[in-house]
Write a protein that binds this ligand. Structure first.
Ligand code: SF4
Ligand code: SF4
Length: 157
């Protein structure tokens, strides 16, 4: 019985704290609505998605593959990104390039973003700077998971 009373007291205490935050924030929001300035900075409410916070410079967003000037992928299919990926979500298939200096190019390059943990290891490992995570695309919600499987065309943009 004493245990139950203890739980009840904690619930009441928690509810009081939540209610206090609610009413105090509401009060300052109303002041702000009438352009009344106070010393209190108040709660920062970002009206997402209409207003968006700038993304940090060193963020990791959705991947993209870099291209040569002629539009061909920079990737030389060294498989380092595939090897280093902890989620095993990169699949690359090589094809022979007619240019003997390039040797190989990716005929398939697939990243399954449903498994990706956005560690950035693939970007770090790439010796050709052929893959980057700087698209600013951070909204991954999709109705269909298949849309999160990015192929060569999607990755090359
Ligand atoms: S960010 Fe990490 S988990 Fe995602 S594809 Fe690159 S290496 Fe794999
Ligand atoms: S590490 Fe770079 S060059 Fe190597 S397969 Fe991956 S994207 Fe291509």
């Amino acid at each position: 019985m004493i245990k139950q009373i203890g739980f009840f007291i904690e619930i009441v205490k928690g509810s009081i704290i939540t209610a206090r935050h609610f009413w105090v924030n509401l009060f300052f929001h109303i002041l702000k609505l009438f352009h009344i300035k106070t010393k209190r900075k108040g709660a920062a409410t970002i009206q997402y998605p209409d207003v968006r916070q700038p993304i940090a410079y060193r963020h990791r967003s959705m991947h993209r593959l870099m291209k040569h000037k002629d539009g061909t992928p920079r990737c030389v299919v060294c498989m380092l990104c595939v090897t280093v990926c902890p989620s095993e979500c990169i699949y690359v298939e090589a094809a022979e390039d007619p240019d003997p200096e390039i040797q190989k190019y990716p005929s398939q390059f697939i990243i399954d973003l449903t498994r990706c943990c956005f560690c950035g290891f693939c970007v770090e490992a790439c010796p050709e700077d052929a893959i980057r995570m700087d698209t600013d695309e951070i909204e991954l919600a999709r109705y269909d998971k298949e849309e999160l499987v990015f192929d060569l065309d999607k990755l090359l943009g």
